[in-house]
Design a protein around this ligand. Sequence first.
Ligand SMILES: NC(=O)c1ccc[n+]([C@@H]2O[C@H](COP(=O)([O-])OP(=O)(O)OC[C@H]3O[C@@H](n4cnc5c(N)ncnc54)[C@H](OP(=O)(O)O)[C@@H]3O)[C@@H](O)[C@H]2O)c1
Length: 272
Amino acid sequence: MKRIAFIGGGNMAFALVGGLRAATKAGDTPDGQLDIVVADPIPNQLERFEGVSTTQVNAVAVDAADAVVLAVKPQVIREVVEALPLTTRQLVISIAAGVPIEAISRSTSAKQPIVRCMPNTPALLRAGISGLTANGFVEPGMRALAERILSAAGQVVWFDDEDSLHAVTALSGSGPAYAFYLLEGMIEAGVELGIDAATAERLATATVLGAARMAEAESVGPRVLRERVTSPGGTTERALSILDAARVRAKFRRAIEAACQRSRELAEEFGK
Ligand SMILES: NC(=O)c1ccc[n+]([C@@H]2O[C@H](COP(=O)([O-])OP(=O)(O)OC[C@H]3O[C@@H](n4cnc5c(N)ncnc54)[C@H](OP(=O)(O)O)[C@@H]3O)[C@@H](O)[C@H]2O)c1
């Protein structure tokens, strides 16, 4: 049995622990049971964690843990990690957005195995996708454990170089906001065309969800799927001609590049 300590009992820890417990209940635990402990200084935060151990003392949670998940806000990560009694046999998994591995390892042994993850907000519904990267001290068994834990929040993708996490941050980390932005525009348009706001929201949301599910299910890719719904001379073609004329796709690329650049700037500021 592996022991997993969550430091910070906030939203992300709640989602991950819920996902791990659901997998256990479903019997989907090929690598054995997990012994989960959650640490948070606020008792209220801990009350909602059912069926797992809880403590207000981080050091108690870390004791004998195989993996220690840092699920606190980036601003407090340094002081939290400095106070943890870690050994180099323990894997540290950080889900703190924008905090480089190097910034964490300054507060641990230089040989601390560390996995850094960039999840996104649909993780809260276990429908997220996380980019993962590991330092050179993470052994294959630790990698598998990290993947198992983050899979409780959705899909996982590994990256060999940590630098790629800037692009992941820009694409899937900030990405839910781009989808919400699209939804806002579609809903506004529906309302302008005379549909009531609630119905417009329902139509737009179900459409984006359905389209995403089609893109996931079909191997042909989004371009072919788009072409299939675009009959010559039809309504979709007329709409897309407006978007093309406004160079919306190029703007998307520019926006995501800007987000990537901002991620680099923030990492630099964090490192100082
Ligand atoms: N939410 C997301 O979808 C998402 C996406 C990507 C990345 N992340 C990352 O995930 C991390 C957690 O996010 P979250 O949304 O779960 O935040 P959150 O809800 O604020 O959870 C953090 C928890 O840690 C507690 N805490 C603060 N100081 C602590 C300490 N010294 N020891 C132990 N626990 C302490 C906080 O208590 P208080 O409330 O009392 O401060 C809070 O309960 C962040 O670093 C964030 O960047 C989150």
